[in-house]
Ligand binder design. Structure first.
Ligand code: GLN
Length: 488
């Protein structure tokens, strides 16, 4: 018997079209799975009534022959996307009880295409983190465990709820957001695919802002084709986002071939870090062989400013965050703490002291410092210059290749508390941050398992707006790796 929650989105679409099962049955199966997997803490809010209503509407549309592309597909929405009438917290206590009056453009587009919303997915507070340990609503637990170990593992972050839900077959797919790796790293940690499109492809309107010049939404799903299906619905010009790109959106799934003939895949030598994990290095070589077998030529390239990407990111992202998060003052949204006898300024500080967690406070302090009059040029201006050099590195690399292949993360998923030092945590983003700074499309696909049985991902980086090329390389790896990463 087919387990409905095991199907891919493409498989669900086909089954719904054939009337093998109804959207109501498909949603019910996911709601049951969601209840059984509550221990993972993947959702902050579950919305079973909304899901059931949307599934019924999808069944009617299917019966009328008017089904939209995602009719009846059960998705989870990261809690960074504002959802009309449904609490949106960005994983923070300061937004507890905030019920948006409007729907984010991206979640609205998915719903308009017929998707079913299962609930709001847990995440690192304001998307700051790589492990989901910073959520004010408790950590998300990965459905994976290493062989011969009972330690609970992180699902990655900040889209850890999205990753855990999709890997555990609670949701068919999910929205994620990626500022410095938050779609790709969690996807790699749990053995699913995720793509961050070119900056500006997906509207940021209604997505709670972290670092506006970096934030991008994107899909997370169990196959490359499923990511392509979701991406087509999520992308598109939006006049409400001043950085939205007014370019046509291809049908990414229809265009998928996995054929890399004529493509040149670059291997950036600076990504081969000293002391690189041997399994990761081997997997990377294996990935290059697979792409070669799919028709690509492999070329060595250099991205000389790579080593400055992390320090630049950890100046720019906190700087933008400190400015974006200034709006949480207890006046307009969510939490308000009024100390007895205090004035307005006391209310601001009491609200922010109680409402923000330690990592968010750290970033606000770093950001405020690097933007302060005496240090602005030394840190912020300098970081912006470095960002320009990093973008130029990629532009020069594109003269020699069409795509880049790298590991997604320096290791497999780690255990809770293993990276208590913030610097150790930030180092996790070493491979994902440069393409974020350059605004390029980048994807992680599951490529193998570590010696202790944990999923590992490879990252494909593409030229601006070449999501199609990135997805094709992703498909080539998925086909060659030929395994289903399913947690027990
Ligand atoms: N881990 C990175 C950070 O903490 C990236 C987060 C993200 O992409 N949202 O900033």
């Amino acid at each position: 018997m087919t387990v409905l929650t095991d199907l891919t989105i493409a498989g669900m679409k086909a089954g719904l079209a054939r009337r093998d099962f109804s959207a109501a049955e498909l949603t019910a199966a996911h709601l049951t799975a969601m209840e059984q997997a509550r221990g993972l803490n993947a959702f902050i809010v579950e919305t079973p009534e909304i899901a059931t209503g949307q599934a019924a509407a999808a069944d009617m549309a299917l019966a009328r022959g008017e089904a939209r592309p995602l009719a009846g597909i059960p998705l989870g929405i990261k809690d960074l996307f504002c959802t009309q009438g449904v609490q949106t917290t960005a994983g923070s206590k300061i937004l507890q009880g905030f019920i948006p009056q409007y729907e984010s453009t991206v979640s609205g587009k998915l719903l308009a295409d017929g998707a079913v919303m299962l609930g709001k997915l847990n995440m690192d507070e304001f998307a700051m983190g790589s492990s989901n340990e910073t959520s004010a609503y408790g950590k998300v637990i990965s459905p994976w465990k290493a062989e011969n170990s009972n330690r609970e593992l992180v699902p990655g972050g900040s889209s850890g709820g999205s990753a855990a839900a999709v890997a555990a077959r609670i949701a068919a797919g999910a929205t994620g957001t990626d500022t410095g790796g938050s779609i790709r790293q969690p996807a790699a940690f749990v053995g699913i695919s995720g793509i961050k499109p070119t900056y500006g492809r997906c509207s940021r309107w209604g997505v709670v802002a972290f670092a506006s010049s970096l934030d991008q939404a994107g899909p997370m799903a169990r196959t490359v084709e499923d990511c392509a299906l979701l991406l087509t619905s999520m992308c598109g010009y939006d006049a409400k986002d001043s950085t939205s790109l007014n370019v046509p959106v291809p049908d990414f799934a229809a265009g998928l071939t996995g054929d890399l003939r004529g493509k040149r895949v670059g291997v950036p030598k600076e990504y081969r870090l000293d002391g690189m994990d041997a399994t990761i290095a081997k997997l990377w070589d294996q990935g290059l062989e697979w792409l070669n077998a799919a028709g690509a030529t492999i070329v060595d390239v250099s991205l000389p400013h790579t080593k400055y990407a992390l320090p630049a990111y950890y100046i720019i992202a906190p700087a933008e965050a400190s400015s974006n998060l200034a709006r949480y003052d207890g006046v307009r949204y969510g939490l308000r703490v009024t100390p007895p006898g205090g004035n307005l300024a006391d209310m601001y500080s009491a609200t922010r002291a109680a409402g923000f967690g330690a990592e968010v406070k750290r970033r606000i302090m770093i950001g405020t410092y690097v933007l302060s009059a005496g240090y602005y040029d030394a840190y912020y201006t300098q970081a912006q210059r470095v960002r320009a050099l990093i973008a130029r590195d990629f532009e020069q690399a594109w003269e020699h290749c069409d795509l880049l292949l790298t590991p997604t993360a320096p290791s497999a998923a780690f255990a809770f508390g293993d990276k208590a030092d913030p610097l150790a945590m930030y180092l996790n983003d070493v491979f994902t941050v440069p393409s974020s700074l350059a605004g390029l499309p980048a994807m992680s696909v599951p490529a193998g398992l570590s010696p202790d049985g944990l999923p590992l991902g490879l990252q494909i980086i593409g030229k601006p707006l070449d999501e199609a090329g990135v997805l094709d390389a992703g498909l080539a790896i998925e086909r060659a790796a030929n395994f289903t990463a399913k947690p027990l």
